[in-house]
Design a protein around this ligand. Structure first.
Ligand code: FES
Length: 571
């Protein structure tokens, strides 16, 4: 093994520096031949007991290592910050960019030649990909995989989606609190990510559609032995990729992102894919914009999974998973040529794919719903755009004009949403401010604000809701999200008042505050941003530098990449 590798400037030198790098590593029992010039493969692990969705990654790391050794590489596992979506306050999204910095600097600082990213829970996949893309060493993703289906009282229940449904049922007096609490342990009964098509499974599916993982990574359950086998094969493949010098920048092309956008529509994927794909694209210098997401708007919904459909990820996996979806897209001319981690074309992932359950994965001819892609709305209320997921919305509310009821911030909403005297009807448009990247800070998943209790009791289950927030990929409803610019940045959302009229037309892509332009300007003149109580630390760095949602909410100084060699030693 004589090929000069990046790692050789750590482990290949017959001098004091080489001694130091090798000797300290040998305290773990690695033999001499581990340092003979073979590819050093970093296994970047977001395992954490505080990120239950990633609790299976310890085991998958061992499977990756077996594959790396088998292929003649030297695997080294390292931890990075882990983001437990259900556990972190104020929101895991605040830390996605911090994780990306951790990943980027860890990869750059250590003597590794290629990387396997082990992630799963919502923000871990994009955070890791953003960081790895900015260093641009050969990289493959292995995802946690979804939990097995929730099972409660004889029926399947889905992560998140059924939490929202059950909690509304409790508020409506249709479910007891005891039953609600009893469902907890039945919903999450194995390790793995949410088993609905939430953000985690959306991102693992899109990673597959972009060719950044081996085929079937998107849907195989976390506890399915075939996922461990996939991790093993990934370990073998990353060693070859180092020799081929096949990097993220070779794979993450504009075409790959466009394939991901169409795949997101076909699987009924999360609205969060928008901010994550935009941010990843920014790292590899791809000019991706909100308008590109319109390219998926005429793609039908093929995968019948919650929250847009009725099945769960386990069913999707057994029906054939992403290769079947890619085959359908390819068959209709919606899959562009794009290279994958295998060095072949993405259409090869669909080769031989077979649908084993047409109720779960539909064909283009018999879709679950037509035109399932995300829609971008624009107008004087969102000059830089807002998004909606029509497949998870109520059809008759997609064209709507109504009176706004405004909540100035999350505390205002929580304190007042269930007041008996709240002056709202089923036609009211609920507006929530102060939940964008800067305002919260971190753009939390609160855009699907609850239906007012009084209306829930009357049987109302959906209303138009508008905010600068995000919503969980497991959530549903006629929810307009990511309004840009956000209120805290002086976007027109800041000037909306209770009693204003708002018009939305999803068919025409319109989000308008029905107000004369001079009134909007008059309100702007009297507006001041809310003072934010963050004077130090990461939150201040974030608020001072975060981009708006339509740009991906990355930190402005992290956009792009730096692939220069690190030439200075620490000793
Ligand atoms: Fe981690 Fe849903 S909370 S994947």
């Amino acid at each position: 093994m004589t090929k000069k590798r990046r790692s050789s400037s750590w482990y290949g030198k017959a001098d004091k520096d080489g001694f130091i790098h090798r000797s300290w590593m040998k305290n773990q029992g690695f033999p001499d031949h581990a340092f003979d010039g073979r590819p050093v493969i970093g296994i970047c692990n977001t395992w954490s007991e505080l990120t239950p969705c990633n609790a299976g990654l310890r085991g998958l790391a061992e499977a990756v290592k077996r594959g790396v050794w088998e292929a003649g590489g030297f695997p080294v596992e390292f931890p990075v910050m882990s983001l437990g979506e259900t556990q972190m306050k104020p929101t895991a999204m605040l830390f996605r960019n911090l994780l990306s910095m951790d990943v980027e600097e860890s990869i750059r600082a250590y003597g590794i030649d290629g990387v396997v990213l082990l992630g799963g829970c919502d923000k871990t996949t994009p955070g890791q990909l953003m960081g790895a893309a900015s260093v641009d060493l050969p990289t493959i993703v292995v995802s946690s995989g979804p939990m097995l289906n929730g099972k409660w009282r004889g029926k399947d229940i889905g992560s998140g989606t059924d939490v929202w449904k059950f909690s509304e049922a409790v508020r409506a007096g249709e479910m007891t609190l005891q039953d609600f609490m009893a469902a907890e342990s039945s919903m999450s009964r194995t390790v793995g990510v949410c088993m609905t098509m939430g953000t985690a499974s959306t991102m693992s599916s899109l990673v597959e559609a972009m060719g950044m993982s081996l085929p079937t990574n998107g849907a195989l359950p976390a506890v399915d032995a075939r996922r461990a086998a996939l991790a093993h094969l990934t370990g073998r493949r990353i060693v070859e990729m180092v020799d081929e010098d096949l990097k993220p920048s070779d794979i993450l092309t504009k075409k790959a992102f466009e394939n991901a956008i169409r795949a997101n529509a076909a699987v009924g994927g999360s609205t969060n894919a928008v901010v994550h794909l935009l941010a990843i694209a920014g790292r590899v210098g791809i000019d991706l914009a909100l308008a590109d997401f319109e390219k998926g708007s005429d793609i039908p919904l093929l995968v019948n999974c919650m929250p847009s459909g009725k099945f769960l990820m386990e069913d999707f996996a057994y029906a054939g998973g992403m290769p079947v979806v890619l085959k359908e897209l390819a068959g209709q001319g919606h899959l562009d040529k794009a290279k994958t981690v295998l060095g072949n074309d993405i259409s090869d992932y669909a080769e031989g794919a077979e649908c084993f359950n047409p109720e779960v994965i539909h064909s283009f001819n018999t879709p679950v719903k037509t035109r399932a892609g995300l829609r971008v709305l624009r107008g004087n209320l969102a000059p830089n755009g807002a998004i909606i997921k029509p497949s998870a919305a109520t059809a008759h509310l997609l064209e709507h004009e109504g009176i706004a009821h405004v909540f100035e911030n999350i505390e205002d909403m929580k304190a007042n949403i269930d007041r008996e005297d709240l002056a709202v009807t089923k036609d009211t448009i609920l507006v929530l401010k102060g939940c964008g990247p800067k305002g919260y800070p971190g753009m939390p998943e609160v855009g699907n604000m609850p239906i007012p209790a009084r209306l829930v009791k009357e049987g109302v289950r959906d209303m138009v809701r508008i905010s600068d927030a995000r919503m969980s990929g497991t959530a549903f409803g006629t929810v307009i999200l990511h309004v840009s610019p956000e209120a805290q940045a002086g976007g027109p959302l800041a000037f909306v008042r209770t009693g204003d009229r708002i018009k939305i037309s999803v068919s025409e892509g319109i989000l308008e505050l029905v107000l004369p332009a001079d009134e909007l300007e008059r309100r702007r003149a009297f507006w001041e941003p809310d003072p934010l109580p963050y004077e130090r630390g990461y939150a201040k760095l974030y608020i001072d530098n975060v981009q708006q949602a339509h740009q991906g909410a990355d930190l402005n100084f992290l956009v792009g990449k730096d692939t220069r060699a690190v030439t200075r030693e620490s000793h």
